[in-house]
Write a protein that binds this ligand. Structure first.
Ligand SMILES: NC(=O)c1ccc[n+]([C@@H]2O[C@H](COP(=O)([O-])OP(=O)(O)OC[C@H]3O[C@@H](n4cnc5c(N)ncnc54)[C@H](OP(=O)(O)O)[C@@H]3O)[C@@H](O)[C@H]2O)c1
Length: 274
């Protein structure tokens, strides 16, 4: 199988690192990347083939992963317009709609091009991402399984049956790591304010989030049951949660996800303009 990447930056590197040794061969992978230092790093780290521009072999790939920035995509796809035929195209570009990618590819000569759109998140860089995925009608079961297997090398995957839901995925898990980092920052600030040294404050904050997430993952109880179990009436956690509730924290977070989703829709329209 021939798998090509267009763009070899952070997210492509994470995917290539995840794929090598997990059911995919480095010798099957070619990366088209403008930056010579990135090309050299990918070649040296993973043994993949690297190119500065797409060649006939790339046009003939079984899978093409689009991993350039959304604002770079239209220009990057110019050499591919009207050239691809049977290739499964997987876009990881935030916000870009499949209708626009399909148009830039010259619709691949078929009524329903085989396009998959994904929204990964930055924990993919450490193999702990979660990716929302949508397959266009032109993707068959084999293509869907293959796309899922590629993204699953850097974390879990969640399929959606309507492309617009990827805007919500962007609001929850795409931007979500920033909300969690913000939460960690707040815990850290509290630790510093109570006299802890910086290293201890950070350790307490990060490991609390890490441990709670692991417990939520491993437990049969829902997160709300887990929360109730650590909240004794009149106890310390109850005092903290009452304070959080008074600030409207829960609704603020729901509103934040809605704001991110709305911005994702706006950016998709903006990037997709001719
Ligand atoms: N990083 C994330 O957390 C994350 C999360 C979700 C989705 N994504 C999506 O993943 C995609 C890649 O993001 P990233 O953070 O990996 O970006 P990145 O590090 O900037 O990687 C993109 C790479 O593509 C190269 N490039 C640009 N035009 C090209 C062309 N025509 N041919 C070949 N290579 C080209 C860029 O080179 P130059 O720098 O020289 O232009 C850059 O090295 C984006 O669409 C982004 O929306 C990223």
């Amino acid at each position: 199988m021939k798998i090509s990447f267009l763009g070899g930056g952070n997210m492509a590197s994470a995917l290539i690192g995840g794929m090598c040794g997990r059911g995919f061969e480095a010798t099957d992978i070619t990366v088209v990347e403008l930056d010579a230092s990135i090309r050299e790093r990918l070649r040296a780290s993973y043994g993949v083939a690297v190119l500065a521009a797409p060649d006939a072999g790339v046009f003939d790939s079984d899978v093409l992963v689009l991993a350039v920035k959304p604002q770079q995509m239209k220009a990057a796809l110019v050499p591919f317009a009207g050239v691809l035929r049977e290739t499964l195209v997987i876009s990881i570009a935030a916000g870009l709609r499949l209708i626009d990618i399909g148009r830039w590819l010259g619709n691949m000569g078929v009524p329903y091009p085989p396009l998959v759109r994904c929204m990964p998140n930055t924990p993919a860089l450490v193999g702990a991402g979660v990716t929302g995925m949508f397959a266009a009608p032109g993707v068959d079961a084999v293509g869907r399984e293959l796309a899922g297997r590629i993204l699953a090398t850097v974390g879990s995957i969640v399929w959606v049956d309507d492309e617009t839901r990827l805007d919500t995925v962007t609001g929850i898990s795409g931007s979500g790591p920033a909300y969690v980092f913000h939460f960690i920052e707040a815990l850290e600030t509290a630790g510093l304010a109570q006299g802890f040294d910086a290293a201890s404050a950070r350790r307490l904050a990060i490991d609390t989030v890490l441990g709670a997430a692991r417990l939520a993952e491993a437990s049969k109880d829902s997160p709300s049951t887990l929360r109730e179990k650590v909240t004794s009436k009149g106890g310390t956690t109850a005092a903290a949660l009452a304070h959080l509730a008074a600030t409207g924290w829960h609704d603020a977070l729901v509103g934040a996800v809605e704001a991110a989703s709305a911005r994702s829709r706006e950016l998709g329209e903006q990037f997709g303009q001719n």
